[in-house]
Design a protein around this ligand. Sequence first.
Ligand code: NDP
Ligand code: MG
Length: 392
Amino acid sequence: MRRVSIFGATGSIGQNTLDLIARAPDAYRVVALSGGGNIDQLARDAISHRAEIAVTAYEDRLPDLKSALAGTGVEAAAGEAALIEAASRPADWVMSAIVGAAGIAPGFAALEQGATLALANKESLVAAGQLLLATAASHGARILPVDSEHSAVFQALVGEDIAEVERVIITASGGGLRHWPIEKLAHATPEDAGAHPNWDMGQRITIDSASMFNKALELIETREYFGISPAQIETIIHPQSLIHALVGFRDGALMAHLGPPDMRHAIGYALYWPKRQDLPVARLDLAQIAQLQFEAPDLARFPALRLARDVMEMRGGAGAAFNAAKEVALDAFLAREIGFMDMAAVVEETLAALSKELTLSNPLETLADVLAMNHLARVRARSVISVQIKKT
Ligand code: NDP
Ligand code: MG
């Protein structure tokens, strides 16, 4: 029996992971499940999957979780330290699917105990890429990408030599506002940006898709995970989201990975790797699809893509700062303090402010350095936002 833990179990990726695990309950022993505020879901899943422990990220919700689990034999815990403790419990396979920088530390704890880390939390690679890979290597642990584009690249590279890769092309749907005239984008609300044409995902990543901050994070992830240079990483808008990524080789061959927009494919690939198993995902009917569309992204519409280039060049602490500023800008957009296009302006100004006080390209040596940079960039982004609000 494989021992598995799922961090962010109550979210979109977490629920899809549990869906796959529930199809072969005898094959798995569920060690830990974590959630945030959705205590009912967390308790229900912990009971039905007979988890050893359920952890909510929020300490003030512990009494609710305890009462929901009373008499079931499932341990209840809460808070950041409890998440780390749960991630340190021996497991063979750990899903990292907490949203945001809060998912970074549990991923490190899972690698340190030697588990295979199925990585959906893109913020981990963006903020701590080099350190995360080094931690995996020094503990004999493996990181398998779950973000669909990176799973696609990973699959296209099976049996290939990375040295022969000429370029990697990450596809982007263009998000929910792709058809909006550029002048109107400044007035987009969280509701406008929170609907995705193809994928059913959490609210934050859906809005990040509309602003292409999601794609920006994915370009940085590609640079960090596969170790290829920024000049070799491209992005193209492909509104149908059927090709998830393409890998071009030195002989001009381009390998594309196609599949329906269903995250259970990428999750299942990471769960069964290095084998493949039957998966309950739709099969593509190419005759019915008939055509695949592509267009070049407009950098004026999507300034996040331009910022991602700078971050990929700088590396070091730039990724942690970029991600933290993006998270704060997204919070402010959700709170209607700033507009849709202001998010990129906030991130750009935060990076500029930080560059005046420190060298962003300096490597982050420890997890504490990553978390300190995350904290500092959040504080600076908040001040950038206060200045912006005063101006308007
Ligand atoms: P959701 O918003 O659906 O779920 C997020 C999960 O994290 C929930 O379990 C939530 O708990 C928990 N959570 C929220 N805040 C905190 C916190 N501060 N501390 C600890 N846990 C917290 O997100 P998704 O499932 O969409 O995304 C998860 C990660 O995977 C993100 O990093 C995203 O970028 C990435 N990803 C997602 C894809 C998708 O298709 N959804 C595709 C590729 C990558 P609760 O709901 O109980 O509050
Ligand atoms: Mg993706």
